[in-house]
Design a protein around this ligand. Structure first.
Ligand code: TYM
Length: 336
């Protein structure tokens, strides 16, 4: 890795199935960015346990997400692919950040409100402090760029508040500011069943999302059943206003082809949804099936995936060590 390139950190939780939203909002952009950045890509298993996980399933999903990163095209020789719990510095820095972040800041986090639901008293303390761990993930490496989907924006703004307060409280500019990279026309892919809800691993309906491991038949069926409205596709972008499902499908098409919404509509506007859906299905199958095949191959060789994670964790620990030392010294911890 070349030290002078800007450093990227990003992560995915090993919970449930990776889906098209994770791919278009995050993984696909990581693959593009890896050519001119020094990257750390993390399977955030410690974030996953903020809600109850079956241990065997967490273990399986951690290896699968690492396999997915490589299958999507991340170069794990050049860049660092690792699981969060293998680098203790994440937990160490998160504790310090628990003491920097204010309760009022965390109270404003919309993801906590959504995930905790009505039964807030019963949510884990970890779920509440989740954004502090996320800030630690990035700042442990002084990474300055974080490619994510739109839903993570608020967490990254909080990370900057923490970095700023730390620097201010201790009178030293230890941490850089983070720039969220929210890229492309699919930074917020919506559910196929409801264009006002984000596509999510935790949605009870599998019909709401396209999983990276879905085969061609499953993809075709889900796209055919995807909610739409009775009007044909508009020829201009303004025609998508008030039509969230149509906008979502056009956005997915635009992201997969690297086209603008307007160009997609110029090509497909006026056609009925059935024709557009057929074209979208072909595109999805062509994009996702090589990834699914490579994921299957890698998952079948867990020793190889573990070797990637082991090497990644060693390299991540080496990058984290001087930052952690600087932070501990700044805070006044005796380092013996
Ligand atoms: P997670 O595991 O929920 O999602 C992984 C990535 O996928 C993006 N994403 C989406 N993008 C577009 N449309 C969607 N429907 C969609 N759903 C998910 C997410 O924005 C994310 O980029 N807290 C993070 C993981 C994390 C992290 C970090 C990220 C932990 N530490 C440090 C960046 C930096 C999360 O739960 O992502």
């Amino acid at each position: 890795m070349t030290a002078s390139l800007p450093r990227i950190f990003s992560g995915v939780q090993p919970t449930g199935n990776l889906h098209l939203g994770n791919y278009l909002g995050a993984l696909r952009n990581w693959v593009k960015l890896q050519h001119d950045h020094e990257c750390l890509f993390c399977v955030v298993d410690m974030h996953a346990i903020t809600v109850r996980q079956e241990p065997a399933e967490l273990h399986r999903a951690t290896l699968e997400v690492a396999a997915a990163m490589v299958a999507c095209g991340i170069d794990a020789e050049k860049h660092i692919v690792f699981n969060q719990s293998a680098v203790p510095g994440h937990a160490q820095l998160a504790w310090i950040f628990n003491c920097v972040a204010r309760i009022g800041w965390l109270n404003r986090m919309t993801q906590f409100k959504e995930k905790a639901g009505k039964d807030r008293e019963n949510a884990s303390v970890g779920l509440y402090a989740y954004p502090n761990l996320m800030a630690a993930d990035v700042l442990l490496y002084k990474a300055t760029r974080v490619p994510v989907g739109e839903d993570q924006k608020q967490h990254l703004e909080l990370a900057n508040d923490i970095a700023q307060k730390f620097n201010h409280d201790f009178g030293r500019s230890v941490f850089p500011m983070i720039e969220p990279l929210i890229l492309g026309p699919a930074a917020r892919v919506m559910s196929l069943r409801d264009g006002t809800k984000k596509m999510s691993k935790s949605d009870a309906s599998d019909q709401s999302r396209i999983n990276l491991t879905d085969d061609a038949d499953a993809i075709a069926l889900k796209v055919r059943r995807a909610k739409t409205d009775p009007e044909p596709l508009p020829s201009e972008e303004a025609g998508l206003d008030g039509r969230p499902e149509a906008r979502n499908l056009v956005g997915i098409y635009a992201a997969l082809t690297d086209m603008h919404h307007a160009a997609v509509l110029a090509e497909h506007g006026g056609k009925p949804f059935s024709a557009f859906k057929a074209a979208l299905t072909d595109l999805l199958v062509a994009s996702l099936s090589p990834i699914a095949a490579e994921m299957r191959r890698l998952v079948g060789d867990p020793g190889a995936v573990e070797a990637i994670l082991r090497r990644g964790a060693e390299r991540a620990r080496a990058l984290a060590a001087p930052v952690l030392a600087e932070v501990e010294e700044t805070v006044g911890f005796v380092r013996v």
